[in-house]
Design a protein around this ligand. Sequence first.
Ligand code: AP5
Length: 213
Amino acid sequence: MKLVILGPPGAGKGTQAAKLSEELSLPRIVTGDMLRLEVAGATALGKRAEEYMGKGLLVPDQLIVEMIRKRLSQEDARDGFILDGFPRNVEQADAFEGMSDVDAVVYLNVSEEEVVERFSGRRACSQCQAIYHVRARPPQVGGRCDRCGGEIRQRVDDREDVVRQRFQTYRQKTEPLVEYYQRRSLLVEVNGSGTIAEVHGNIKAALASRGLL
Ligand code: AP5
């Protein structure tokens, strides 16, 4: 199965993509995590990407499209994947059409107020990028990742001013993809409010109703 997860910042894309990836044994391709690794490694791509990420802006399409093209050509992505964070605008979606087919685009629809509350409590592992929340999904041992024991921190772009800009970028650049994929009959809209387990159930029910599960 080839899935794209779409939604505003903090909608739960990463959280749900991780659960689906485990259950369906599909590789999870997360552009935000790939970029954060490049930033941590101070690579040429990382240094360029950091300028945009720190301001809540999209990293230039050319860099992202190349990064995804390479990743999708790897053996493990040949028969299926879950894409989280790509495509992010119409230009990236057009480029993606030339690279791969897709079975469904899951659109997590969540109100802005709910997402803001999620952001304030989000924490992520500095090593494996696993996602936590101080209330909805705390780690078992304070400050340490359940999976790898890495240190859990707040993401640098979760500062309030950057979050505001990320929303604006989403509204201007990414939201038009809802209509883009609706026109192609690929959009699967899911209610992204509720607990993590409830949203997961909503996604599975929506995919099943399309005959994909
Ligand atoms: P990226 O990392 O993709 O950030 P984003 O889209 O803003 O999404 P987030 O990761 O913030 O949120 P999410 O929806 O995954 O929510 P999560 O599951 O963490 O991108 C970062 C930057 O990289 C961009 O700004 C851009 O600069 C660059 N970039 C990336 N891709 C790009 C591209 N294609 N082109 C150009 N630039 C690109 O959940 C949020 C919190 O809520 C967590 O704490 C979680 O535990 C909690 N939570 C989740 N679900 C629930 C629930 N149901 N109830 C309660 N809490 C919940």
